[in-house]
Design a protein around this ligand. Sequence first.
Ligand SMILES: [Zn+2]
Ligand SMILES: [Zn+2]
Length: 367
Amino acid sequence: MKKMRAAILYRPNTPLRVEEVTIDDPQDREIMVKLVATGICHSDLLPIKGEVPSPLPIVLGHEGAGIVERVGPGVTTVQPGDHVVLPVIFTCGECRYCVEGQPALCAEVLPAHLMGTLPGGGRRLHKGDQDLHLFYSQGSFAEYVVVHERTAVKVPKDARLDVLCLLSCRVTTGVGSVINRAGLRAGESIVIYGCGGVGLSAVMGAKLAGAGKIVAVDLLDRRLGLAKELGADYVINASRENPQQRVVEITGGGADYSIESIGNVNVMAQAFASIHSAGTCVLVGAAPMADVLSLFPFEFLLGKTLKGSLLGNVRTMIDVPKYVDLYMQGKLPIDKLAAKYYTLDEINEAIAAVDRGEVIRAVIHFD
Ligand SMILES: [Zn+2]
Ligand SMILES: [Zn+2]
């Protein structure tokens, strides 16, 4: 057992409170990780704003990276001192999704996420005699986490953890949505709606996969500038131009693929309208739970495909090490996502900056 500090959400629409809590020793196949950095992802904002139901009180945060402090019985994949990133997906290796090669859909993930526990229902974090919940089985707005070893991926010790933490969610979601889910091949065209961390990662993924025309859409010129730097061939400011019309002009009839990375149902409809008749639209943005998406069914008769993707259909043990190598070789320049660093005590300020869209890569640094 260890005492440490964590940022706790007690009620929606109230600030997180940074308080002293206790964390249990890791149990069977669990590891304790001393966090070096954690990103603040847009999904962390949904329980804060009450836009998705969430068990309370909860420690949010799901883009952690750090150093293994201690391991529980039966752990074989890492040892103390190893550097790890913590993708939000647990894979049991035995359910139908894991067996058929779609581990991001593992049957054990959703129940644990909904209950705010570790896979299997364990809770290792306490405030006095009250058990605390964990966001996405992680809860990385804290100095330490105890997680299942199958939610940790070992990374080289010379790679920057304050950059690699983004591989836990946003970068993996963006790159994976293009390569794993859309299945873009060299020369094909793609339009990416939203140039936050996920959308810009999708731009990098499209570049990496050899896309023909890459079109990025956003409301902020600053973000569109970054999209260009990362590989977008065309950018559209949707506050000044009709993005669907422009995409049709640029691609000569509609893009082969579109990605919606924001979680806004109106933008999802625009993304679906931006592909040609045989095109594929991939939704990766997390919309508020009660929102409803309206589409013209006729467009499906034309042959369009609509897909969703959770965490870019990542196969963590295969894809995350690959993305780390690509980053180290300069082929996946995730460090170019403009960063701003905060301490744990500044977390509410950091969350407000993310909410206002001011900062793409807000990272809590723990030292
Ligand atoms: Zn996320
Ligand atoms: Zn599974």
